[in-house]
Design a protein. Structure first.
Length: 215
């Protein structure tokens, strides 16, 4: 995404304290043991355990997919008969069984590339772990987070088939209630989740929409 996304996807200042916490983080250690590209894999696994998002054989789109840990989980859980399309403005090393589109899906050109990869298949699931480039200015970061979530919801609204599901990351703060209301107008059920794999100090939460009804 232009502007709000961090072009290097560095979400932390790598000080000694952060590095100590990172190295000793049990989710980091487990991700390394299981071959996941980042600890974020466990956030999607937790969401799936709560809300039954990942069903074998479905068509799924992963928005903001790099470095690819959510793609790895999708491939594991959805199986070889599924269709998985991943999208990011950043490059991503290939994940077997995943079609990757390096593009900005909010542009006409990028959206066309994503739709070409879908080849007319109706989408059952859209997931988004997109995060803004953190400026350290809370109102700015909050607005950017909600802006990215809005883009993901707009994509889901155009591509999900009736009954489809949606999971998106957003920061707690201004605009979250309004965004949640927008989701409730489009899905039968909406849940606010804070996975255990999300760090305690992080303001990130995930909204899960079940049963797309349009709107």
């Amino acid at each position: 995404m232009p502007g709000p996304l961090n072009p290097t996807r560095k979400k932390h200042r790598f000080g000694k304290a952060w590095m100590h916490d990172h190295v000793n983080d049990p989710y980091v250690q487990e991700a390394q043991r299981r071959g996941y590209r980042s600890r974020a894999a466990f956030k999607l696994l937790e969401l799936d355990e709560r809300d039954k998002l990942l069903r074998p054989g479905i068509v799924a789109v992963d928005l903001g997919s790099a470095p690819g840990s959510w793609c790895q989980v999708l491939r594991e859980r959805l199986g070889p008969k599924s269709t998985i399309v991943a999208v990011d403005v950043l490059p991503m090393h290939p994940v077997a069984g995943v079609a990757f589109v390096q593009a900005d899906f909010a542009t006409d050109e990028g959206l066309a590339a994503v739709e070409a990869a879908l080849a007319g298949r109706p989408v059952d699931l859209v997931v988004s772990d997109m995060a803004p480039n953190l400026s350290g200015i809370d109102p700015v970061d909050q607005a950017r987070s909600v802006g990215l979530a809005d883009l993901a919801l707009a994509f889901a609204g155009e591509h999900l088939q009736p009954g489809g599901d949606f999971a998106v990351k957003v920061f707690q703060g201004a605009g979250l209630a309004e965004f949640e209301k927008s989701m409730r107008e489009r899905f039968d059920k909406v849940y606010l989740r804070k996975p255990k794999a999300s760090r305690d100090r992080s303001r990130e939460v995930f909204l899960v929409g079940k049963g797309f009804s349009g709107g």
